[in-house]
Design a protein around this ligand. Structure first.
Ligand SMILES: CCCCCCCCCCCCCC(=O)SCCNC(=O)CCNC(=O)[C@H](O)C(C)(C)COP(=O)(O)OP(=O)(O)OC[C@H]1O[C@@H](n2cnc3c(N)ncnc32)[C@H](O)[C@@H]1OP(=O)(O)O
Length: 225
């Protein structure tokens, strides 16, 4: 096993946190993340005068000093609590503690279907007024991967193929996915992202269970022995 794979496995952790403790943390950190996400949007769009910008910067620097007093060297990883509740709170698309995430709150069925309604603000702009194509890929990767995981056939993205059919606006969007077939360690999933005028991006993904995780259930990946 290479060092990088060993390091990756160490970030799948059973931390035995109780459901109450997880709820407490979600209640504490969720609003912090939402506020930072709004800050990104406001910092992008503000048109106040220079002194106000400088004053806001001082406040932000002060908040950073407060939060840095005790800090996880990172990244967050994936953690399971005592009841098996999973927290991928650092995830770039869906993480509860990641202000970069839109966030996606994906609904899944055990038969391998997943869907999400979400909102992309100005921070996700690519072409003027439109969603960045890489952000569409991020969303679809996450939703297709969630469909595979929901059906008990999870994997890392091996191949993600996208067809951008029409420009994707910013604002209220929808994405959905379903498993097409499972071939051994490979799960093939299809899906799309749509806006008010219909489907904007179609996707097909091949999700592959990594070698180190084969023969283990998902909760056991934290114990790579
Ligand atoms: C429970 C475990 C949980 C796991 C983690 C879930 C995380 C979910 C998080 C979701 C977060 C969001 C998602 C993310 O962001 S995931 C992050 C982006 N993805 C990656 O970083 C993946 C990097 N690559 C790898 O780790 C490995 O190469 C993988 C795991 C992909 C394959 O591994 P390996 O190379 O060892 O596989 P194998 O040699 O045993 O071949 C097996 C079969 O697969 C076929 N093949 C090989 N490569 C590809 C390819 N690229 N496309 C299509 N097919 C491919 C191959 O021909 C063979 O087919 P067949 O001959 O059997 O027909």
């Amino acid at each position: 096993m290479t060092d990088s794979i060993a390091r990756q496995q160490l970030l799948y952790v059973q931390d035995q946190a109780s459901d109450d403790e997880i709820a407490r943390q979600a209640e504490l950190y969720g609003p912090l993340t939402d506020s930072v996400r709004e800050l990104i949007e406001v910092a992008l769009l503000t048109e106040v005068d220079d002194p106000e910008v400088r004053a806001a910067l001082e406040h932000i620097e002060s908040a950073k000093r407060l939060l840095r007093q005790r800090i996880n060297p990172g990244p967050y990883g994936v953690r399971w609590g005592a009841s098996g509740q999973k927290r991928a709170w650092g995830n770039a698309a869906a993480g509860l503690r990641n202000a970069v995430a839109p966030p996606l709150i994906v609904e899944c069925d055990p038969d391998g279907r997943a869907r999400v309604d979400f909102h992309l603000g100005s921070a996700y702009e690519g072409p003027a007024g439109l969603t960045h194509g890489g952000v569409s890929a991020l969303v679809l990767d996450q939703v297709l991967g969630a469909a595979a995981e929901a059906a008990g056939a999870p994997g890392m993205t091996g191949t993600l193929t996208l067809r951008y059919r029409r420009p994707t606006p910013l604002g209220a969007l929808h994405a959905e996915a379903r498993i097409d077939r499972v071939e051994g360690v490979k799960t093939i999933v299809t899906g799309h992202l749509s806006g008010p005028d219909g489907v904007c991006v179609e996707a097909e993904g091949v999700f592959i269970l990594p070698r180190w995780a084969r023969g283990k259930d998902s909760a056991a990946v934290s114990d790579p022995a």
